[in-house]
Design a protein around this ligand. Structure first.
Ligand code: AMP
Length: 262
């Protein structure tokens, strides 16, 4: 029997539920985990204030017919104590670029918690969102290395009606910041249009992104064109589906990421 697994940090939204529904269609058994993983937060980040609402999440998952909700304790995942975890070290070409530039420990924490969750749940199929694209590449590295029989499904980003990618962290945005945030998906759409009109230069696509996203409240953390499978930076795109444009911005104190496949 296929066992589909959706690892999450909770405070669920339609993005998470889209993964659950796809797993439900494809697998005889569906397991969701909720675990806010301390090892993937940098020391100054929002681990303590990360939004949590387990009772609401439980109700949403019951409605979707999930077979098992796994809510491990800190001791279950990190019996050695979360401050003393020997972290996995995925290749730095994957972990120190893009989000790794301002979150240098993040993907080691992601790989480590995923290894422990996969050992517990033992799924055949893993469902993750394209929004966290770099994370999917790190997890694919882990699967290739340690769990070669598990199949990773990367599903499209679910968006609000104005295009903003759904994220548990969107609740941090003030009303004004929320209206500004739409610049991010809009700029990515402009990049895609320019690519479809024949522009193949990564630097010209980046220039367009920078000009479209420009706003006094938006700080661009990165904007890069990378190979969809290796995440190596690309200078030129030679064919459709080869590249992905990935960006992160900060609006106030909130960090938002998004991407679009070109
Ligand atoms: P998180 O709870 O943020 O760790 O996310 C758990 C899973 O849900 C990850 O695989 C995410 O990529 C995925 N996810 C988060 N937001 C979205 C979204 N807007 N659309 C699709 N998947 C998402």
């Amino acid at each position: 029997m296929h066992v589909g697994f959706i690892p999450t940090m909770g405070f669920l939204h339609e993005g998470h539920l889209s993964l659950v529904r796809q797993a439900r269609e494809e697998c005889g058994r569906v397991v969701v985990s909720i675990f806010v993983n301390p090892t993937q937060f940098e020391p100054h980040e929002d681990f303590e204030k990360y939004p949590r609402d387990l009772e609401r999440d439980r109700g949403l998952l019951e409605n979707e017919g999930v077979d098992e909700l796994c809510v491990p304790s800190m001791e279950d995942i990190y019996p050695e104590g979360s401050a003393h975890v020997p972290l996995l070290a995925p290749p730095s070409e994957l972990t120190q670029i893009l989000c790794g530039q301002d979150r240098p420990h993040h993907f080691a924490g992601v790989a480590t918690v995923m290894q422990r969750l996969l050992q517990r749940v033992q799924p055949t199929d893993l469902y993750m969102g394209q929004k966290d694209y770099q994370q999917t590449r790190v997890v694919q590295w882990l699967l290739d290395r340690t769990f070669p029989s598990i199949r990773l499904h990367v599903l499209p980003t679910v968006r609000e009606s104005d295009g903003l990618a759904m994220s548990s962290r969107n609740v941090y945005l003030s009303a004004e910041e929320r209206t500004v945030a739409v610049h991010l998906p809009a700029a990515l759409q402009s990049v895609k249009r320019l690519f479809e009109q024949g522009e193949t230069s990564a630097s010209r696509l980046r220039q367009l992104f920078q000009s479209e996203v420009r706003h006094p409240k938006i700080q661009v953390l990165y904007a890069e064109v990378c190979d969809v499978s290796t995440l190596h930076p690309l200078v030129h795109l030679t064919r459709s589906g080869e590249g992905i444009f990935l960006a992160a911005v900060r609006i106030g104190t909130t960090r938002l990421i998004d991407n679009i496949i070109l």
